[in-house]
Ligand binder design. Sequence first.
Ligand SMILES: CC(C)(COP(=O)(O)OP(=O)(O)OC[C@H]1O[C@@H](n2cnc3c(N)ncnc32)[C@H](O)[C@@H]1OP(=O)(O)O)[C@@H](O)C(=O)NCCC(=O)NCCS
Length: 178
Amino acid sequence: MGTDWVWLIALRDLDQDARAIQLGAVADLSLLPGQERFVGDPLRMALAGLAEESRRPYVVESGGDAVGLLTLQLGAASVAGWPDDRSAWLLRGFLIDRRHQGRGLGTLAAAAAVEAAHRLTVRHQGGESGVVLSVNEENHAGLAAYRRAGFLDAGRYLGGSAGPQRTLFRSFATLPPP
Ligand SMILES: CC(C)(COP(=O)(O)OP(=O)(O)OC[C@H]1O[C@@H](n2cnc3c(N)ncnc32)[C@H](O)[C@@H]1OP(=O)(O)O)[C@@H](O)C(=O)NCCC(=O)NCCS
């Protein structure tokens, strides 16, 4: 930990060839046994993200490798137990490849996702005040990574099919202007 860095590559902003290369790398991402209950199939999530206007899927890159995936979505915050849809970005479909877990990259990627969402809000002059997500109460790695990235607990959420979740939120208020 310490010297690693991550970049978020917006799949939506790439031309067809570059996007195909990134999607090939996404298809190679894999999880540790038992983690499939917390997140969907990476390639399917990336393609779903590109197909739906409100979603922005990102490849997490570190050291020249695709190490993970995440999606930011507008107008869907209630999916994570937030009281309304539009006042926060939804962070969903977040994973770090099994070979790269435990190095701090999940923490860095979650923080980078908040910065990316903040930039988008400033650019489109939107009203979102931060980023919200839901995480299974049994997902210790997920809870730890989000907390280290500055997310705060906003309560229990009983929606979803995989058991009780925590709703976590990180406000843009403490960030410097992008
Ligand atoms: C959640 C996830 C993205 C975290 O990525 P990561 O790169 O391993 O995270 P970090 O290395 O930044 O570790 C963050 C914390 O989790 C801890 N951690 C990592 N792997 C762990 C594990 N298997 N069990 C328990 N804690 C773990 C780390 O020790 C660290 O905690 P600490 O700050 O107390 O030391 C990754 O585990 C993952 O892809 N999981 C499967 C998909 C998933 O659960 N996504 C989230 C859905 S909401």
